[in-house]
Design a protein around this ligand. Structure first.
Ligand code: SF4
Length: 80
C-alpha cells in the first residue's frame, strides 16, 4: 500500500492543527503564508483543477456523497 495524495493532505492538516493547539479556526486564519504547508492547511489541494462532469455524473456523485454522509453519521451515532 502506498501513500496517496489524500493521505498527505490529511497529514498536513493534522500538522497544522497541532501547530495551533487544535483550533480549526486558527488554521484557517493562519497568517504564516511563507510556511510551506500554508496552501494545503485546509486539507485540500488549492491547485487541483476540477474534473469536468456531466449533469448526470454530478447528480450521481451528489447522491453517493449524501449516502456516505448518512452512513457516517449513523456509525457516529451508534458509537455514542
Ligand atoms: S500553515 Fe500555519 S498552521 Fe500550518 S504549519 Fe504552517 S504556520 Fe502552522
Amino acid at each position: 500500500m502506498s501513500t496517496t495524495k489524500s493521505d498527505l493532505l490529511k497529514i498536513i492538516r493534522g500538522k497544522c492543527l497541532d501547530c495551533v493547539c487544535y483550533q480549526a479556526r486558527e488554521v484557517e486564519l493562519c497568517p504564516t503564508e511563507r510556511c510551506a504547508l500554508w496552501p494545503y492547511r485546509m486539507g485540500k489541494d488549492p491547485y487541483k483543477t476540477p474534473r469536468p462532469m456531466t449533469k448526470a455524473q454530478r447528480e450521481n456523485l451528489s447522491k453517493a456523497l449524501a449516502a456516505r454522509r448518512q452512513k457516517t453519521t449513523a456509525q457516529h451515532d451508534e458509537k455514542l
